[in-house]
Design a protein around this ligand. Structure first.
Ligand SMILES: Cc1ncc(COP(=O)(O)O)c(C=O)c1O
Length: 340
């Protein structure tokens, strides 16, 4: 794999750290957990989309585009980071956001919504949940063209062959760091949404012959759908890279048992996981992705699926700015009792 042949912008100064989290591991009473700190990636607030955007925005610039258009939920980390990349590059940015119920989007809300406004999104369009995203994005693209812009459309989550290159690169980064740190990892645990992160990671691991199985904790779709999406994006990415590779069946296991009532809806296990990592290591997760992924890791360790002697690498894909729009879920005193 030769990633250097693709245009790439750089939004992070160097590799993100891999940190051992002994207090968390001790509380778990089992595997030794390490964290790949992609929450510390560059652009406003960090997170996995920064790696995808390095390749996507470079492609937009190579095509002479002046406006980034993308979509997501109302508290979308991907939209925040696409906007942040646009700001950094001097581009316009239009966001199409879907609200779960009418009126759920409030312009004065905290978290990512606050940041859309602070960073100066060019246009925000609110649509109902369940719309056909490709159609909505085409409409926005046509509007941008009519307004005299040269738009570049980034799909949901930046999950396509170009965006996934960011996580193929991350797999290479992890392999180098594990070698440098004499760290032998038994599995990687990662949240799965639109599957670009999973696809890029799996393809990178495969092409590098870096034999570490991946445990994907789905936060939105059933296992079969997450796996099918990851395989499709990995195949597209391999074609784009010009290599012959695909995801082996034993390379990944998906778990959809931690979604709870639905995408973006809290579970008590997510709340417990966010609190445990915050209080044992001072590291923030998010309520929609990494909180549920960590809840999955904790439960799989308690069930013995993740064995006590394993070294587990949790890929922290970011998202903590959305915590500030969900403070009510965590409202209790530091000692653990509820506030009066
Ligand atoms: C914090 C965070 N983690 C994980 C994901 C999931 O990544 P992907 O959509 O590539 O599966 C997202 C996607 O928005 C995210 O914001």
């Amino acid at each position: 794999m030769n990633l250097a042949k693709f245009p790439r912008r750089r939004y992070t100064a160097g590799p993100t750290p891999i940190e051992r989290i002994p207090r968390f591991s001790e509380a778990l009473g089992g595997p030794q957990v390490y964290i790949k700190r992609d929450d510390l990636l560059g652009l406003t607030g960090g997170g996995n989309k920064t790696r995808k955007l390095e390749f996507l925005v470079a492609d937009a610039l190579a095509q002479g585009c002046d406006t980034l258009i993308t979509c997501g939920g109302i508290q979308s980390n991907h939209c925040r980071l696409t906007l942040a990349a646009a700001v950094k590059e001097g581009l316009n940015c239009w966001l199409v956001l879907s609200e779960p119920s009418s009126g759920a989007y409030r312009a004065d809300a905290n978290g990512n919504i606050f940041l859309y406004h602070l960073l100066g999104a060019g246009k925000i369009k609110i649509v109902p949940d369940g719309v056909d995203w490709p159609t909505e994005l085409r409409v926005a693209e046509a509007e941008a063209v009519a307004a005299g812009h040269r738009p570049y459309v980034i799909p949901m989550g930046g999950s396509n062959a170009i965006g996934a290159l960011g996580y193929a690169a991350c797999a290479a980064e992890i392999m180098g760091q594990c070698f440098d740190q004499s760290l032998s990892v038994d599995r990687i645990v990662v949240a799965g949404g639109s599957a670009g992160t999973l696809a890029g990671t799996l393809l990178g691991l495969e092409l590098l012959h870096f034999d570490v199985p991946v445990t994907a904790i789905s936060v939105v779709n059933p296992n079969e759908e997450l796996l099918a999406d990851a395989k499709r994006i990995a195949a597209d990415t391999a074609a784009y890279l010009g290599v012959d590779a695909k995801v082996r069946p034993d390379a990944v296991t998906c778990y959809d048992a931690y979604i709870g009532p639905g995408y973006g809806q809290p579970t008590k296990e997510m709340v417990a996981a966010v609190k445990l990592l915050a209080r044992s290591e001072g590291i923030l997760l998010d309520p929609t992705y990494t909180g549920k992924a960590m809840a999955g890791l904790i439960d799989l360790a308690r069930q013995g699926v993740i064995r006590p002697e394993e070294n587990v690498l949790f890929l922290h894909t970011g998202g903590s700015p959305s915590l500030y729009a969900a403070t009510h879920l965590f409202a209790e005193s530091p000692a653990g009792g509820h506030e009066e």
